[in-house]
Design a protein around this ligand. Structure first.
Ligand code: FES
Ligand code: FES
Length: 158
């Protein structure tokens, strides 16, 4: 079937089977491999993207449900000059990306949180990433990074 949607700010159209998930479409049809394939059963969060601004597990989402929607992937959150965005830089600064497998999903979980709550508490950050698993970091550096990105964004918008 033919599906049109917005991907990282640009209109795209794809011809895919009805059963194809957004995760597979991104990686296999559109060549965007920043979105990671982990469990493909909704348990790890590695495949997280933003769908109309909401954190969404792309492995669970079949393409018919993507039609007409706005999808943001990790490839869409860089700075305007193409360098790391504020959240990405904070992950680098805090050592929050180790093997990096969970990192795209964690960054998008952080972005989704700051869109609805620009000044979250550490507990709110912890809850916001509770659907995203990390086997390397113990989570503290990830929470530090999201907290830092929130503070830097607030300073930037003042
Ligand atoms: S790959 Fe989607 S939740 Fe694990
Ligand atoms: S940095 Fe390796 S799984 Fe999170």
């Amino acid at each position: 079937m033919h599906i049109e949607f917005t991907l990282n700010g640009k209109a795209v159209s794809v011809d895919v089977s009805e059963e194809m998930t957004l995760l597979r479409c991104l990686r296999e049809v559109l060549g965007l491999t920043g979105t990671k394939s982990g469990c493909e059963s909704g348990d790890c969060g590695a495949c997280s993207v933003l769908l109309n601004g909401k954190l969404t597990k792309s492995c669970l989402l079949e393409m018919p449900l993507v039609a007409g929607k706005e999808v943001i992937t990790i490839e869409g959150v860089h700075a305007p000059d193409g360098g790391p965005g504020i959240m990405q830089q904070a992950f680098l600064d805090h050592g929050a990306a180790q093997c990096g497998f969970c990192t795209p999903g964690m960054i998008l979980a952080g972005e989704a949180l700051l869109m609805r709550n620009p000044s979250p508490s550490r507990e709110e950050i912890r809850r916001a990433i509770s659907g995203n698993l990390c086997r390397c970091s113990g989570y503290t550096q990830i929470i530090d990074a999201i907290e830092d990105a929130a503070q830097k964004r607030l300073v930037k918008t003042k």
